[in-house]
Design a protein around this ligand. Structure first.
Ligand code: ATP
Ligand code: MG
Length: 421
């Protein structure tokens, strides 16, 4: 017999026992984002390969080795999106959302990267991203950082640390790049294979290296912050000041550079020590050059994306009950006629109590065994549909969490009783 077909490595099913956490988180974030005036945008999973090459940059990890790209039946090169910002900007330009406007957008959904799967790192993973366009000042950078903190606070995730840095303007960054290149070239003997490869293509990324053997040398490298001009410095200081005022602890990390090419000015990450090597749960920054780079009119932009799997791992530890499935009302069904009519009889109840989870017992079963199930379900109420009571249009109701006797009620009375509880 042939072997069973399994899911593709690094791609996971989200099972019913886990989906409660996803829903809790997604609903919470939707509500929070809505309350800050952000609106959802949904983009296709497939885009032209050229979009990512042009936006993310040819010499990034993503474009060099992580993209799922293939030729479709027409021979066009398509790519399963590895991130959402490029698509969001593409859609913004295509539909004229970005000019003379200040849209605040968010998206969420699966992203695809061909990486080595491990805890917190998958080939299909989910991101929730937020992007704000048309606003050059530090006020919106501040709003986004505060908004990300509000998410952790409201869903109940504890102990994340904010790291922040400024990459300066494109000019300042290029000047710094040369300075860094000189320094790294003079210390070539300390560079590992990966870093040697990046030396002339993306030297800033070398700063990000976690290789212990390179840390001393990197600590001595020239610092980006020292080559910032007055304007960049002010933008950054305003942000740090606001973080102080908001009581957010942060760490200035001069080696925080981000893997994507399109960032300038502010970059930030929320990190944790609880997920091993996969420490970053949320990463963002300013990308004022991207809209123009993709063929639109120059438009300032800033955003962040959070990795849902990593966030949910923390959520599960910090707020374990938030994903529980709950049942409010368990319906016990006794007798042949009750069995035949139950589903239909419950419809008015469902219509009147749309927020309650009402679960009906299906199939036969003794009074005792059904009540056992009702109790185990965690429901607060049991409704009893029994042949003899149905004849008089009456229904049994029992509060499973109190020592109260079962009552016999009309539908109206029963509704009132559950509604008022
Ligand atoms: P990393 O350094 O962990 O590879 P990255 O710089 O590639 O992250 P971004 O492209 O900035 O990550 O994506 C934003 C967030 O999405 C990350 O901080 C992380 O939480 C999450 N993320 C990125 N890649 C993966 C992946 N393969 N599996 C799960 N989550 C991921
Ligand atoms: Mg990566």
């Amino acid at each position: 017999m042939s072997k069973n077909i399994k899911a593709i490595r690094g791609m996971h099913d989200i099972l019913p026992q886990d989906s409660g956490y996803w829903q809790y988180f997604e609903r919470s974030v939707e509500r929070i984002l809505g309350s800050y005036g952000y609106r959802e945008i949904r983009m296709p999973l497939l885009e032209s390969t050229a979009l990512f090459k042009r936006s993310i940059g040819e010499v990034t990890d993503i474009v060099e080795k992580e993209m799922y790209s293939f030729a479709d039946r027409n021979g066009d090169s398509l790519t399963l999106r590895p991130e959402g910002t490029a698509s969001c900007v593409r859609a913004g330009i295509e539909h004229g959302l970005l000019y003379n406007q200040t849209p605040r957008l968010w998206y969420q959904g699966p992203m695809f990267r061909h990486e080595r799967p491990q805890k917190g790192r998958y080939r299909q993973f989910y991101q929730m991203g937020v992007e704000a366009f048309g606003m050059p000042g530090p006020d919106i950078d501040i709003e986004l950082i505060l908004l990300s903190r509000r998410i952790w606070q409201e869903v109940g995730i504890k102990g994340l640390t904010l790291e922040i840095n400024s990459l300066g303007s494109a000019d300042e960054r290029h000047r710094y790049r040369d300075e860094l290149l000189d320094y790294l070239s003079a210390h070539k003997e300390h560079l590992d294979e990966d870093s040697l490869r990046r030396l002339h293509t993306n030297p800033l990324r070398i700063l990000d290296s976690k290789n212990p053997a390179m840390q001393d040398m990197l600590e001595q490298a020239p610092r980006l912050q020292d080559s910032l001009g007055e304007e960049s410095r002010q933008h950054f200081e305003r942000i740090c000041q606001a973080l102080d005022e908001a009581g957010i602890d942060y760490r200035l990390n001069s080696r925080l550079v981000r893997g994507l090419d399109y960032y300038n000015y502010t970059v930030f990450e929320w990190v944790t020590s609880r997920l091993g090597a996969q420490a970053t749960v949320c990463a963002g920054g300013r990308f004022d050059g991207l809209v123009e780079q993709l063929g639109g009119r120059a438009t300032p932009a800033v955003g962040f994306a959070l990795g849902m799997e990593r966030v949910l791992e923390l959520l599960r530890e910090d707020n374990p009950s938030c994903g529980d499935a709950k049942i409010d009302v368990f319906v016990v069904v006794l007798g042949q006629r009750a069995l035949e009519q139950a589903a239909v009889l419950l419809e008015p109840l469902r219509a009147a109590l749309p927020d309650q989870v009402i679960q009906m017992h299906c199939g036969a079963g003794s009074f005792k065994s059904q009540f056992k199930k009702a109790d185990k379900s965690g429901a607060r109420w049991a409704i009893i549909l029994a042949d003899d009571e149905l004849d008089q249009a009456r229904f049994g109701l029992k509060n499973l969490r109190q020592k109260a006797a079962q009552e016999s009620l009309t539908m109206t009375e029963l509704l009132q009783r559950i509604k008022n509880s």
